[in-house]
Design a protein around this ligand. Structure first.
Ligand code: PMP
Length: 319
């Protein structure tokens, strides 16, 4: 596929690789790359939105900080500072010509073809950094943001943090996510919710989870093997601004069924209401009023029409 063809698929025609933009079809790796065999990658998912002022990347610095921390946990030396990574992301989005897109920075253990090593030990392998961008619509479907999704509790358990640290957004964690997602899809659901190793509610295969009980927003704490989501953090802050009480605490599976409202948060899923869990209707079986209120505020901030809580700057314009 030529670089020209990819633009018709709404994929950025150039990928940032170790400091330079290269054609999309040259962004390839050798089959003996360490990450392919041993899962040694960390990555980010970031969205850029179009609003009246231009194309804005949502919470870019926070994402790059998490990427650097994910790499640190796995002892991967990234050659770039947070500022350089942010600059690279802006450059890649600008270069793509896409008005709105999803950004995928990925850092992984590569292969030095002049001195190849094939063992588990990652230390001899070089660390490569890439950023690709593409136009990604609604992750759980166009209707999902309003109508909500049907989900199940997964038979797969999320990994305990002393086996695979949930704080790191590592590619290998997504083998567990794939088990959750495949089981859900094959059983006719949009998504699955995993419990942690103690049986408490954890998160979706690629989303954090919130439940509302009597007007209080409740979400599992970071000690429940969740990824500390940037959308989760945004929602907690927005709820605070809106005067909605927020609590981080463990949630038992059965409590989910009786919640007034439940929703997912994530960069890809944004704020997606959950209308049923294990075929039990949640609330009225549609987006609840507090979910809508938080969703509206979230999209107003992204649209540049509302200030982020405490006057923070959550939007980085690329032009
Ligand atoms: N949990 C998991 C497992 C995820 O993959 C994601 C998506 N990155 C999230 C939660 C939500 O995180 P964020 O809001 O930072 O995208």
């Amino acid at each position: 596929m030529s670089s020209k063809d990819v633009s018709t698929l709404n994929i950025g025609p150039r990928v940032w690789r170790n400091g330079e933009l290269i054609p999309w079809n040259e962004a390839r790796v050798h089959v003996m790359t360490h990450a392919i065999h041993y899962g040694s990658s960390v990555f980010e998912g970031i969205r850029a939105y179009k609003n009246e002022k231009g194309t804005a990347i949502f919470r870019l610095e926070e994402h790059m900080k998490r990427l650097i921390n994910s790499a640190k946990i796995y002892r991967m030396p990234i050659k770039y500072s947070k500022e350089e990574l942010c600059k690279a992301a802006i450059e890649t989005v600008r270069d793509s010509g896409l008005e709105a897109c999803y950004l995928r920075p990925v850092v992984f253990r590569g292969l030095d073809e002049t001195k190849p090593t094939f063992g588990v030990n990652p230390f001899p392998n070089p660390v490569d950094t890439y950023i690709a961008v593409w136009d990604w619509g609604r992750y759980l479907g166009e209707e999902a943001l309003q109508a909500g999704v049907d989900v199940c509790v997964s038979s797969w358990t999320r990994l305990p943090s002393n086996s695979m640290p949930a704080a790191a957004k590592a590619g290998a964690n997504y083998m567990n996510s794939q088990l959750i997602k495949m089981e859900a899809i094959l059983n006719g659901y949009h998504e699955g919710i995993a419990l942690d190793d103690r049986g408490s509610v954890c998160e979706g295969s690629g989303e954090n989870l919130f439940a509302i009980f009597d007007g209080t927003l409740t979400t599992p704490a970071t000690s429940s093997s969740i990824l500390s989501g940037i959308t989760r953090d945004a929602v907690m802050q927005i709820a605070g601004d809106l005067g909605i009480p927020v609590k981080e605490s463990s949630i038992q599976r059965a409590m989910l069924y009786t919640a007034d409202e439940v929703f997912f948060t994530g960069t890809a899923a944004e704020i997606t209401p959950i209308r049923s869990i294990d075929k039990i209707t949640i609330g009225e079986g549609a987006r609840g009023p507090l979910t809508k209120k938080i969703q509206d505020a979230f999209f107003e901030i992204i649209g540049g029409k509302r200030k982020a809580p405490r006057d923070q700057n959550w939007l980085t314009y690329v032009n």
